[in-house]
Design a protein around this ligand. Structure first.
Ligand code: GUN
Length: 290
């Protein structure tokens, strides 16, 4: 079997168009267009690229965006005060603090400061708890993007066995909760997992979010499984690598995402969806059913 390649760019592009169409005319109807505030600390080149992408996406769908680019030496207090000011700013629907943050900043306390109703990253404990309790509010962008991508494939995932590789707060854990909510039987593999190959091989859906190029090889994959690669590692010459040995796994899986061009664009469009959701919430408009 040679797997079909899932085109995340195309799927995200059509969702972006839907969002742009929905927002067209908001200003004429007296509505405030959605606004995203991004805080970027320091000069990590990858973070700068991500933030530029977020601005461009906002421009493309007609959202307002504003980026505060702060020095590496910003204090915890200054950062927290900026977030509290954005919480009070009615022109801001969504607040995103780009990670990683410098080592002297306590990231958990920063996320705790974000108003959960503006937490378009879905990282706040309130939003994680809502997902765990099957009452999702703002859902983390990468897991949400993966679910949007799975919805586009012509498969009923309820009842399927899924394996999530990686148990990070921002991807692996909420990914597991998303799949559970969708009716999958989920195992979450992590660095202490024994016999990982045998466990992953039981899965109809495999999602790898580790950041280790070539980790997932063809012998881990059940024939016909859907393989979603969330890992992104920058290698020599700025080339991007996923976690999955693409060429080998492609011969076993039924569908597979490439890196780049798979999950990345879905994460970006999920942020736009969350920002739109926040704008609707703040203006008391009916929410989407998702
Ligand atoms: N750093 C890399 N990806 C992300 C993301 O989706 N959100 C935030 N806040 N930081 C990131």
């Amino acid at each position: 079997m040679t797997a079909e390649i899932i085109d995340g760019n195309a799927i995200a592009g059509s969702i972006r168009q839907e969002i742009a169409a929905e927002v067209t005319g908001w200003a004429d109807r007296g509505l405030r267009i959605p606004g995203l505030a991004v805080i970027l600390v320091g000069s990590d080149p990858a973070s700068e690229v991500y933030v530029r992408g977020k601005r461009k996406d906002c421009d493309e769908v007609g959202f307002h965006s504003n980026v505060q680019h702060l020095s590496d030496h910003v204090t915890q207090q200054d950062l927290e005060e900026r977030i509290l000011a954005l919480n009070e700013d009615d022109s801001v629907d969504g607040i995103l603090v780009q990670t990683p943050l410098p080592a002297h900043i306590d990231e958990d306390r920063i996320i705790d400061c974000i108003d959960p109703d503006k937490d378009v990253d879905g990282f706040h404990a309130y939003n994680m708890g809502r997902l765990a309790l099957r009452r999702p509010a703002f859902r983390s962008c990468t897991p949400k993007g993966v679910m949007m991508l799975l919805e586009q494939l012509d498969i009923e995932i309820r009842g399927m066995d899924a394996a999530v590789i990686g148990a990070s707060n921002h991807v692996g854990r909420p990914m597991t909760l998303e799949l559970l909510l969708a009716g999958c039987t989920v195992i979450t593999a992590h660095k202490f997992t024994r016999d990982i190959t045998e466990k992953v091989k039981l899965a109809d859906i495999v999602i790898s979010a580790v950041g280790k190029p070539g980790l997932v090889t063809a012998d881990w994959i059940k024939p016909g499984a859907v393989v979603i690669d969330v890992g992104i590692t920058r290698g020599e010459g700025n080339r991007l690598y996923g976690d999955v040995d693409f060429d080998g796994v492609r011969e076993v899986a039924s569908q597979i995402t490439p890196v780049p061009g798979g999950v990345g664009p879905m994460t970006r469009v999920a942020l736009l969806k969350n920002t739109l959701q926040a704008a609707k919430l703040h203006q008391h408009l009916p929410a989407d059913e998702d």
